[in-house]
Design a protein around this ligand. Structure first.
Ligand code: GDP
Ligand code: MN
Length: 376
């Protein structure tokens, strides 16, 4: 789950990350009041769940409360990469000497938390990785002992950070690592982390991706911005379905993330394009299947649907009942191909015989059929 910059800063500040004073405003007048209260130049920043706000005009420096009001007036309501700006962060401005990049991320390859740093700060890290991969330095934290000071110094040295900032940088790196672990984040990114001529270090931006699997340990739900979420992705989550919308025209209802990926691959192999990734999960009930189908058919691009169910804990007859009951509820009809194998497959097929569905035996056949009918 992605959270806003202001939320990330609220979570990170108590860990000791140096974050300039800030508050959130929902109107230009509010932005002016905050700037007046701070009594110094501020930065007004769009709060949307995408990066590159600076380039899009969503970050503005304001030297007076009036300028802050004007900046907020321009930024609020702005569309940044399809996200409407509803709130701005008003933060004390910092005089930047140099911008750096620092992040902590769960690295699946090494099965560790790694810290990445670069002196190409302020630029999107993907861009740096493409243009100057040698400018990104990494260290791996020990899963039991954490991040050592010498590792932070290694990063600082590799990115030519002047020695006078070393002590503060070490503290920042450790705090970043600690906050990732304590919040069960998969990423905590500070871009830019900046130095000032006065010898200080500040985290000017913050991005955090929280691991949904750890939601029960924290109160993540209250951090979720429902207004910024795709309504169908939200409905799917509420029903316990993993759903990601894609650009193709073949809807997929599958149980198990691995099978869902394989199904998408086979559809592509047969020359089609999946409209979504969808995992109804293990042991899905009829109601879940019905919800999944409704979500898929709400996408007007969908021209055909493939059900690929491997009955293990999930029972095929239960899924079949879900399909039949869903067909009774949805208004839009498209050709549907069903492949059911495993627990109670006979019962499942029997239930489906009454409905107008195309049955397939193998995954290969099912994918070929659905691609074929999607073209008719
Ligand atoms: P992003 O573009 O969405 O990553 O937003 P950032 O928060 O990273 O802001 C973009 C850029 O605005 C930064 O890289 C800085 O160059 C600049 N910026 C942000 N805050 C300040 C500040 O307090 N002072 C100054 N001078 N520039 C800032
Ligand atoms: Mn940034």
């Amino acid at each position: 789950m992605n959270i806003h910059e202001y939320q990330a800063k609220e979570l990170l500040a108590p860990h000791g990350l140096p974050i300039p004073r800030f508050r959130v405003a929902a109107s230009p007048a509010e932005a002016r009041e905050i700037a007046a209260e701070f009594g110094q130049p501020v930065v007004v920043k769009a709060q949307v769940l995408v990066g590159g706000r600076g380039k899009a005009g969503g970050v503005k420096l304001a030297r007076s409360p009036q300028e802050a009001e004007a900046a907020a007036g321009q930024i609020l309501g702005m569309d940044i990469k399809g996200h409407t700006v509803r709130r701005v962060l008003v933060s004390e401005a910092v005089d930047i000497r140099r911008e750096y990049y620092l992040s902590a991320v769960v690295d699946r390859g090494s099965k560790r938390v790694i810290l990445m740093a670069s002196n190409e700060g302020g630029v999107e890290i993907e861009e740096v990785a493409r243009q100057h991969p040698e400018k990104i330095v990494r260290v791996e934290a020990d899963p039991f002992l954490g991040l050592f000071d010498y590792q932070a110094r290694e990063l600082a040295l590799a990115m030519d950070l002047p020695k006078s900032y070393l002590r503060d940088f070490t503290r920042v790196a450790r705090a970043l690592y600690q906050s990732l672990v304590e919040w069960d984040a998969s990423l905590v990114e500070i871009n830019p982390l900046v130095t000032t001529d006065k010898g200080a270090i500040w985290a000017l931006d913050a991005k955090m991706v929280l691991d949904d699997n750890a939601a029960w340990r924290h109160s993540f739900e209250q951090l979720r911005d429902l207004s910024a979420e795709d309504p169908f992705e939200r409905e799917a989550r509420e029903k316990g379905i993993s759903y990601v919308k894609l650009d193709g025209n073949i809807g997929c209802v599958v149980n198990g993330a691995g099978l869902a990926m394989a199904t998408m691959d086979v559809i592509k192999l047969k020359g089609g394009a999946p409209a979504n990734f969808l995992d109804i999960g293990g042991g899905a009930k009829a109601e879940t299947v019905a919800a999944a189908l409704a979500i898929i058919l709400s996408d007007v691009n969908v021209k055909a649907v493939l059900f690929n169910i491997f009955g293990g804990i999930t029972r095929c007859d239960e899924v079949a009942r879900g399909i039949v009951s869903a067909l009774g509820q949805v208004s839009r009809r498209v050709p549907m191909v069903v492949r059911l194998v495993g627990t109670n497959e006979e019962e499942g097929r029997e239930i489906l015989r009454q409905a107008e569905l195309i049955a397939a035996q193998s995954m290969d056949e099912a994918a070929a059929r659905v691609v074929e009918v999607s073209r008719q």
